[in-house]
Design a binder for this molecule. Structure first.
Ligand code: AMP
Length: 429
């Protein structure tokens, strides 16, 4: 399959060729033609799957269509608001979408793209909102601010995109999203991207989409080809710290992203690593935006070797030189594990994702393994082997028939793992 078969305008296939892409990814080949037809879409696809282009290219088709259609031309200078509105959970993700829009739109005459993001001054945003606009990319909170002051006009939105909708809801944006969607015309097209459409995300989809087409190319059950995963069992906190110290001083570490479960742990661990002489900073939701920007710049410019972060703060970080992701605190949600490890192994480089688990984390490890339907191989370091045996709660240690067989009176919502998880063997079936 090639980009020429997707129904894209020549200005866009040219830009795609400029970017060096020859073949559309799966999400692109499935979502782009349906989106161009005007269908509402519910799409599950993971980071690195090329999902950004799968909504940016159809969005640009709308802009190009309007350029050719005199009846859709607006009065010059009149504030008429964007044709396309993209909502994204974080500033980083919004900036990535904006960059992709400008890149893919490089041959679209006079393309006007603006961002409205939290944590940055209002001035430039107000200026952009006043002028004519094609594509607006916004984080929900700041957009609401502009709507309340009457600066953001959404009456001409033809396409609304919700990127990482599950994350936006996790961050408490349900009300803003409803409010924003209600300010756009009911006749609009809507595309919603989310790792899951279970629970409240599914309900939001029901409210916002009309006869949506479901496209599921989520690869949480596929191995990340470029990411090697390892699991170390630690006897206690001291042992866990010794493992971390050992791993961080390995020569193969270009840059490492270390995840903690809480903001306090992130600060504490960053201090501890700084005391040991590492170039390290912490990043979490409790920090002001200015610091966040500085820390990310430090990471990109390689002044920082280690970033200690929480899940929300690390969202959208795209730094190809991150060679290691280390789970120092385990994620409460299995999806977060997939998002975390996806911060490495980017741009075709190899990455290593190391999980440091204490015995009390065994259920979280189990949850991750069920979700990904993969075992994380257990590894030891010479001289730092755990003294206690591997916890028996880890699924790998139990026979498959017991693990996945019917569970009378079992927990509701128990999800049997896929077949790739159970090792074939005499006891497996
Ligand atoms: P995304 O999942 O949208 O974050 O995209 C992941 C990366 O894949 C980005 O760096 C894109 O530039 C790149 N990409 C997107 N589409 C393609 C394609 N068809 N072929 C090769 N690379 C692509």
């Amino acid at each position: 399959m090639s980009f020429d078969t997707l129904g894209l305008h020549a200005a866009l296939t040219r830009a795609v060729a400029d970017a060096g892409y020859t073949t559309p990814t799966e999400v692109q080949s499935r979502a782009i033609p349906a989106a161009i037809e005007g269908k509402d879409l519910m799409v599950s696809s993971s980071t690195g799957s090329g999902k950004t282009a799968s909504f940016v290219l159809p969005a640009l088709m709308r802009v190009l269509a309007a350029r050719g259609d005199a009846s859709k031309k607006r009065d010059k200078g009149a504030a008429s608001g964007p044709r396309v509105l993209v909502l994204a959970p974080t500033r980083e993700l919004a900036l990535q979408v904006a960059k992709a829009t400008v890149d893919y739109g490089r041959h679209v005459p006079g393309l006007r793209v603006a961002t409205v993001l939290g944590g940055v001054p209002y001035g430039a945003q107000l200026k952009a909102l006043r002028g004519p606009l094609d594509v607006l990319i916004a984080t929900p909170g700041r957009l609401i601010d502009h709507m309340e002051s009457g600066r953001a006009i959404l009456a001409n939105v033809e396409l609304l995109v919700l990127d990482e909708a599950d994350r936006m809801l996790d961050m408490g944006f349900i009300e803003p999203i409803h409010h924003i969607a209600a300010a756009t015309p009911a006749s609009r097209q809507t595309m919603m991207f989310s790792a899951t459409f279970a629970g409240h995300v599914g309900r939001l989809a029901e409210e916002l989409l009309r006869e949506p087409q479901r496209i599921d190319v989520s690869s949480h059950t596929e191995a990340h080809a470029d990411i090697e995963q390892r699991l170390h069992w630690a006897d206690d906190l001291q042992h866990k710290n010794a493992l971390l110290d050992h791993i961080l001083t390995e020569r193969s570490v270009e840059q490492a992203l270390v995840f903690t479960s809480t903001q306090r742990d992130a600060d504490w661990l960053a201090d501890r690593l700084a005391d040991m002489g590492h170039h390290v900073a912490s990043l979490h939701g409790g920090h002001p935006q200015g610091r966040r920007t500085r820390v990310l710049q430090g990471l990109r410019s390689r002044q920082l070797k280690i970033l200690v972060a929480t899940d929300v703060a690390a969202r959208g970080i795209d730094v190809p030189t991150i060679s290691h992701v280390i789970n120092y605190g385990l994620p409460m949600k299995a999806e977060d594990y997939v998002h975390r490890i996806g911060r490495t192994g980017r741009a075709g480089r190899a990455g290593l994702a190391v999980t440091l688990a204490e015995r009390r984390d065994a259920h979280l490890v189990q949850r991750i393994q069920r979700f990904t339907t993969q075992r994380i191989p257990t590894t030891t370091i010479v001289g730092l082997e755990p003294k206690r045996p591997e916890p028996s709660a880890a699924p790998a240690a139990r026979p498959a028939s017991k693990r996945f067989g019917p569970r009378p009176g079992g927990r509701p919502g128990f999800k049997p793992a896929g077949k790739s998880f159970a090792k074939p063997g005499p006891r497996a079936r």
